[in-house]
Design a protein around this ligand. Structure first.
Ligand SMILES: *[C@@H]1O[C@H](CO)[C@@H](O)[C@H](O)[C@H]1NC(C)=O
Length: 318
């Protein structure tokens, strides 16, 4: 009896330790023309739900849901797929220079691990550099008590390929404004930056403050392939962290693309039906999970119970 309980206890401890080690996952995923057409394909929606439900916070890009039905359907699919967590979505307005081509940034997050505490649509009216972006960042501040950093800001960006150098440099101005506005140094910039191959020439990098400023850490290594097509290999999708404190709150070497084609054994064609990009992701250190605290209190009440029973036992014997 006793040894069974002990076994159970050590099993529980092992399980929660493993869960704790998995960290708090932040992802960025370019969904490549996500709208009614993709939403009508059941297998695509299930794969999207599998991918997105791995993340505590997932930034979606290229959401082109003109009828406004695809996103609610995706959220429903995710909720049905993962009933262990609660999910909510926060979407920007439709952004773009022309009426005919607009995209939304969408954050899907687990409301049981993270809360939205503020949001800010960048107005893109910096004197002398008005309208720098096609898709102005929709900046969101989060509170995640389980993480060691607790409170952080995400700045999303899907650059226009032909204007990559300019837009990446302008992101630096957004960063400064957000730091000042919210008095918060814990800022992450993420998304499909098109920061590679033909779109970001090596010789132009020295003009991009987001690259040259040493307070910024580019977490996805230079030669990483974030594209699905076998014939392309480019590090388009990136995660950049501002400040030493935030950098230290990241699980070392955890930033990587998630190769869902390999992971879910899809053909290239099946994977491309989902997106032409892999998501990129990073883990934040967690302090202690609620499950772990649960085991601690279980352990201590178990100990108290044992102690009581042995006292009673001795009292009876005496
Ligand atoms: C590139 O940026 C300039 C100015 O910031 C803008 O006028 C132009 O339309 C942009 N190009 C595209 C393809 O969006």
């Amino acid at each position: 009896m006793m040894s069974t309980s002990l076994l159970l206890l050590s099993f529980l401890l092992a399980v929660t330790a493993a869960q704790g080690a998995s960290g708090f996952r932040i992802c960025a995923f370019n969904l490549h023309h996500f709208g009614a057409s993709k939403a009508s394909k059941n297998d695509v929606m299930i794969t999207l739900a599998r991918i997105i439900s791995r993340c505590d916070v997932c930034l979606l890009q290229e959401v082109r849901d003109s009828k406004g039905t695809a996103l609610p359907k995706l959220l429903e699919t995710i909720k049905r797929y993962d009933k262990q967590n609660k999910y909510e979505a926060l979407a920007s307005e439709r952004l773009g220079r022309t009426e005919s081509y607009q995209e939304q940034y969408v954050f899907i997050y687990r409301s049981n691990t993270v809360k939205v505490t503020d949001q800010f649509q960048y107005p893109d009216n910096l004197p002398g550099d008005e309208d720098a972006f096609s898709r102005e960042p929709f900046v969101v501040r989060f509170s995640a008590p389980r993480t060691s950093i607790k409170d952080f800001v995400l700045i999303p960006q899907h650059t226009t390929p032909t204007n990559t150098t300019k837009e990446l440099d302008a992101l630096y101005d957004v960063l400064q404004q957000v730091r000042k506005m919210w008095k918060n140094e814990n800022v992450m910039l993420l998304g499909d930056f098109n920061a590679d191959c033909g779109y970001l020439a090596k010789k132009n990098r020295k003009h991009v403050r987001l690259i040259t400023d040493s307070s910024l850490h580019w977490l996805i290594p230079e030669n990483t392939d974030t594209t699905v097509k076998l014939t392309t290999s480019c590090s388009y999708d990136r995660i950049v962290v501002h400040g030493e404190r935030f950098y230290r709150a990241v699980v070392p070497s955890s930033a990587q693309p998630f190769n869902f084609q390999q992971e879910y054994r899809l053909t290239e064609e099946q994977a491309l039906d989902v997106s032409d990009h892999y998501p990129v992701e990073v883990l934040l250190e967690v302090v202690s999970s609620r499950a772990f605290n649960g085991v601690i209190s279980f352990t201590s009440s178990f100990a108290v119970f044992q102690c009581l029973s042995c006292i009673i036992y001795h009292l009876i014997l005496l």
